[in-house]
Design a protein around this ligand. Structure first.
Ligand code: NDP
Length: 673
């Protein structure tokens, strides 16, 4: 393979770094793959380009436009996946390992995009929570909003997931409207560079939305401001160094870190050898040691086992590990590939030596063994055992970032909780149990020290996504040693790149600022029924005022008989009068909703296709027999799901004859665009 000169992508151009250009080599056989470097790059100008060109272009787009762009980028990565798989092997990873990185990365883009289109408005501003009333007459209210940060998101990534590691951060930043400067770990930067090329070549990104540094970051940190953000994945030592950069403290730069984590798996006290949970535990520990040759931030490092089952678990795990073939990742027969580099393998061997010095012993796999092709970074999976896990402190403190885990015994649930928490904060934990009480006691005791926890058993194992997979819709990150940050978690991730601001003003101003109708904002009463209009012709604040109808006692009795809802408040005058809430019989809430629909619905097919749900329903004033009700139906917000279809959120307000609010809710309809 021809050695490639990796290029930086700065200010809209591919630029070679000058000066020293370290050589990157294949993990399989040590052959040169690429040279890299970022000498001569003007990092301050890159930040400036992101802030003055990329940011404004992204902020001019709505959440939905940006989410569509992110989907397009994910699809472009998928379309180019074979090109990326070819490079993936050179990092030591098998096709299965690469699937997590490449297709998992693209899938994360698609998932974040889809969530954003479903959950965020087709607007530039995101509301946070409900209106806070701040005055008697309602002319002065408060509303929290999120807007895009106006700096750059600097993303410093680890070597182990050159594609996913970039995309899981890039997707939420772009949806939030914040441009990114990506700096991959040098050893696998050729794969990241190829993925960045695919995205740039797609033509979907506005200029300045994505830049790449293949090499050191020079004086980049000196130029950071409080509108920028740093998102880091790697070692705790580097995180500490970067976090303590003077600019980070001086400018209050947001700093997100995913770093070393001594994740654990717990075998439940009920999960004796022979139970499905025992077998599931063994399979998952083996899987986590060998996938990506154990170079995963979420990998199980500590397997915590009831003392009585420790020998059986050791035999089962060691047996399965010894049956794995370690070898060339391009070979389908290889159950485990290489580590990323010989230096990384040497580091893992050195860490194993520290675990042994602390009181653990190797019970399977020879750390010094030379396996796989000549010149490659191969080693067999290694299982250690610590019979006194409280004395062998290194097993809770030192992460051997390779195919390595330690088994250890526990006495009871309290001991298991304490051992798991001794990791001082972890990204992920799995418990294998079929006992709900054990699960409860364990999770309540250990959740504060963990970012994500799985309780796995015979009922969910088949569909489980596994211990080691961060999911785009769930939080990734952990407290303490794991970095103390959160990534992903659905649209939560988008908010990390935005500023929350409390706005205090009139409802009219809040509606104008947020591009959404809020209660008491001006309405625009329309004559044409809004159900007759396509989404593009509906304006925020367009309101249909319906006729009024009287609700009689006969209506209430008919509804009770028809539905079977004979609750005392509707059917027993004496009991209703005696209640602390009602002055007599009242109309059913569901009757009010049904009559409301009868008042505002326009019956003909399209452009409104279906009612897809109600949100935030509140009954505020009882409706008594012979009271009248009418509805005001207002376009609150619009979200396009595709070029043809979208969701309209309608504010529904039901009034009685005294213009008192009887009920309010948001109605969601699926509409033709
Ligand atoms: P590092 O912390 O060395 O590197 C992580 C990233 O930071 C890389 O992109 C690296 O770039 C960059 N970096 C290093 N120093 C600086 C600096 N002074 N300024 C700016 N950027 C810098 O981690 P590695 O990826 O090399 O992995 C080392 C160890 O980290 C592993 O052995 C493992 O223990 C741990 N790790 C933990 C992970 C987790 O999430 N739990 C994930 C990955 C690693 P460059 O490569 O160019 O030096």
């Amino acid at each position: 393979m021809k050695t490639q000169d990796l290029l930086n992508y700065a200010r809209g151009e591919w630029i070679a770094g000058t000066g020293d250009r370290p050589q990157l080599v294949s993990a399989i056989d040590g052959a040169p793959v690429a040279t890299t470097g970022s000498g001569g790059i003007d990092f301050g100008a890159m930040l400036d380009h992101a802030r003055t060109v990329g940011g404004p272009a992204l902020r001019a787009m709505t959440f939905h436009e940006r989410a569509h762009m992110v989907k397009g980028l994910g699809l472009a990565i998928l379309a180019a996946k074979e090109e990326l798989y070819a490079l993936n092997y050179l990092t030591g990873a098998t096709r299965k390992d690469g699937w997590i990185d490449i297709e998992g990365g693209a899938g994360t883009m698609l998932s974040i995009s889809s969530k954003a289109r479903r959950e965020l408005p087709d607007a530039h501003v995101l509301l946070d929570g409900a209106v806070e009333p701040l005055s008697k007459s309602g002319s002065f209210i408060g509303q929290h909003i999120y807007t895009s940060l106006q700096g750059a998101a600097v993303m410093i990534n680890a070597f182990n997931f050159p594609v996913w590691g970039m995309l899981e951060k890039l997707a939420p930043a772009l949806v939030a409207g914040v441009p990114a400067i990506v700096k991959p770990a040098s050893s696998t930067a050729y794969l990241t560079e190829a993925a960045v090329r695919v995205m740039i070549d797609s033509g979907l990104l506005p200029d300045g939305a994505l830049q790449l540094i293949v090499g050191g970051v020079g004086d980049l940190f000196d130029h950071l401001t409080g509108q920028d953000m740093v998102s880091f994945t790697g070692s705790a030592a580097t995180a500490r160094k970067l976090r303590s950069h003077p600019s980070i403290a001086r400018e209050s730069v947001r700093f997100v870190a995913e770093q070393d984590s001594l994740n654990s798996a717990i075998l439940g006290p009920d999960a004796a050898p022979g139970t499905p949970e025992f077998d599931l535990f063994v399979a998952e520990v083996v899987n986590e040691i060998t996938v990506k040759a154990g170079q995963k931030c979420t990998a199980i490092r500590r397997a915590i086992i009831p003392a009585a089952y420790l020998d059986a678990a050791q035999d089962a795990i060691a047996g399965a590990l010894e049956a794995k073939t370690v070898g060339d990742p391009r070979d389908k027969a290889s159950g485990m590939g290489a580590l990323v580099s010989c230096a990384q393998r040497d580091d893992v061997r050195a860490q194993i030596a520290k675990l042994v010095a602390s009181g653990a012993r190797v019970v399977s796999g020879d750390p010094a063994a030379a396996t796989g092709p000549e010149g490659g970074a191969f080693m067999p999976p290694v299982l250690l055992r610590a019979d006194d896990p409280w004395a062998a402190t290194a097993i809770h403190d030192i992460e051997a970032f390779g195919p390595v885990a330690t088994i250890m015994p526990y006495d009871d649930i309290a001991d298991a909780v304490a051992l798991a928490n001794r990791g001082m904060g972890s990204l992920a934990l799995s418990m294998f149990t079929h006992d709900p009480q054990a699960a409860r006691d364990f999770v309540v005791g250990a959740a504060a020290y963990h970012g994500r926890m799985l309780v796995i058993n015979r009922d969910n194992a088949r569909e489980s996504t596994g211990h080691g997979s961060p999911l785009p819709v769930l939080v990734h990150g952990g407290p303490g040693r794991a970095g103390g940050s959160e990534e992903l978690g659905g649209t939560r991730a988008v908010k990390h790149y935005m500023q929350r601001t409390a706005i205090q003003s009139t409802p009219a101003m809040i509606a104008a600022i947020s591009e959404q109708y809020v209660p008491d904002a001006p309405k625009h009463f329309v004559d044409t029924h809004p159900f007759r209009k396509r989404m593009r012709d509906l304006n925020i604040g367009d309101t249909l005022k319906t006729a009024s109808r009287t609700v009689t006692i006969a209506d209430i009795e008919h509804f009770a008989e028809f539905t079977g809802d004979n609750f005392y408040a509707h059917m027993d005058e004496e009991a209703a009068k005696a209640s602390p809430i009602f002055e007599g019989r009242v109309a059913h809430g569901y009757l009010i909703l049904s009559f409301a629909a009868g008042l505002f619905v326009d019956p003909d097919p399209g452009p409104v296709l279906a009612n897809t749900g109600l949100e935030n329903l509140r009954f505020l004033t009882p409706l008594y027999p012979d009271d009248a009700m009418r509805v005001e139906l207002t376009v609150r917000s619009k979200s396009l799901k595709s070029d043809d279809e979208g969701v309209v959120k309608w504010a529904v307000e039901i009034f009685n004859q005294k213009d008192e609010l009887v009920a309010t809710y948001d109605l969601l309809t699926q509409n033709e665009a």
